[in-house]
Design a protein. Structure first.
Length: 364
């Protein structure tokens, strides 16, 4: 089986309602899809949301990178994962999101060819259902508190508050109020998305961290020393996200006491292989894992997140697929979250089938 054709599409997926984080409001997600064909007639799909602030890539640069890499990928075996990554890295520095789109499609193809779910091509399937982290991201204390109470009543056990977009005092008040609205069995975290200065983060940690299980990326990703400073005064664990782009970043956060765990995203590390390897490294170092997509991706990318979660040694901080934020999906069998959990697709490849007519409605 050899790759015969690679096509790309820029797709604008509307959200069901505005998603607010660290002073940014998202109403439409700008994504790139790749449709990859093989010489034996199989079709595989890959997808990633653009995140210029996280990876330095826009949808336009992602398409340019994929189109640059495509001639070097045609004729190769999609199941030769390490060799394909090495070829892409040799041909083009960086561009982790673009490489994620391609490798996701390669895994989809390899799984379909082998009639196995992608989790079996990674570390083997360790779980068939995963806990989903529900986001509290309106920025409105009354709405978020009401939603948190409703989620808890429905059996949801993992929730994350988006902070950093309001004055710190308001984030403190909202965080404490949300904890009071849910019972202690709920794993509650807050994600700042690099939105605070060191001083603001320390203020929040001293006042509100006792209400949380972990606080994610309170300062800029490159400020590992600042993360360690906040960890020293926090009553809860500190998690890294935007600061994790490589194995070296993981070791640095661990060695400096800057994070007890973090959010692993394919678009930061460059695909499924490295995201899965990241979960293995976290386990080795005694760090806790949250697996996440970027706001907001269809069930194509969310299926990939769930496949990695199924194979990961542990997922103590839950899984954060972003499909639930979309107004509509583009697959025949979308990911469903029921009572705070989602089944990992069991079909071959990613386990979801793209509806190309539905996708066409959102192509730019």
């Amino acid at each position: 089986m050899k790759i015969s054709k690679i096509d790309t599409k820029i797709v604008d997926l509307p959200l069901s309602r505005p998603f607010k984080m660290s002073g940014v409001e998202i109403t439409v997600s700008e994504n790139v899809f790749a449709r990859v064909e093989t010489d034996n007639g199989l079709v595989g799909w890959g997808e990633a949301s653009s995140s210029p602030a996280m990876t330095g890539e826009t949808v336009e640069s992602m398409v340019a990178a994929i189109e640059y890499l495509a001639p070097f990928m045609v004729g190769r075996d999609p199941a030769a994962f390490q060799e394909n990554l090495a070829e892409m890295d040799w041909r083009l520095y960086g561009n982790a999101s673009a490489k994620t789109v391609l490798e996701m499609a390669f895994y989809d193809l390899a799984g379909k060819a082998a009639q196995k779910p992608v989790s079996e091509l990674l570390g083997g399937t360790k779980r068939t259902q995963v806990p989903i982290v529900h986001m509290l991201a309106t920025g409105d204390i009354e709405i978020d508190v009401a939603e948190a109470a409703g989620y808890a009543k429905a059996g949801v056990t993992n929730m994350k508050i988006k902070v950093g977009g309001k004055p710190v005092a308001q984030d403190i008040e909202r965080t404490i109020a949300i904890r009071q609205a849910v019972n202690d069995s709920v794993q509650l975290s807050a994600d700042c998305n690099q939105g605070w200065s060191r001083e603001e983060a320390v203020t929040f940690a001293k006042a509100a961290s006792a209400s949380l299980d972990f606080l994610e990326q309170p300062v800029m990703g490159h400020d590992v020393e600042g993360m360690a400073q906040i960890a020293a005064v926090s009553s809860c664990a500190i998690a890294a996200d935007e600061g994790l782009h490589s194995v070296g970043d993981v070791h640095k956060h661990h060695d400096l006491g800057a994070a007890e765990g973090g959010s692993i995203k394919m678009i930061k590390l460059g695909g499924l292989t490295r995201a899965y390897e990241g979960t293995v490294l976290f386990e080795k170092l005694g760090m806790k894992v949250n697996l996440a997509g970027k706001t907001a991706e269809s069930s194509v990318s969310s299926a990939a997140v769930l496949q990695i979660a199924a194979a990961a040694p542990s997922i103590e901080w839950g899984v954060s697929p972003t499909t639930p934020f979309l107004k509509s999906d583009v697959v025949e069998n979308p990911i469903r979250v029921i009572k705070g959990r989602a089944d990992v697709p069991s079909g071959p490849g990613l386990g979801v089938e793209v509806n190309e007519d539905a996708l066409a409605e959102f192509v730019r």
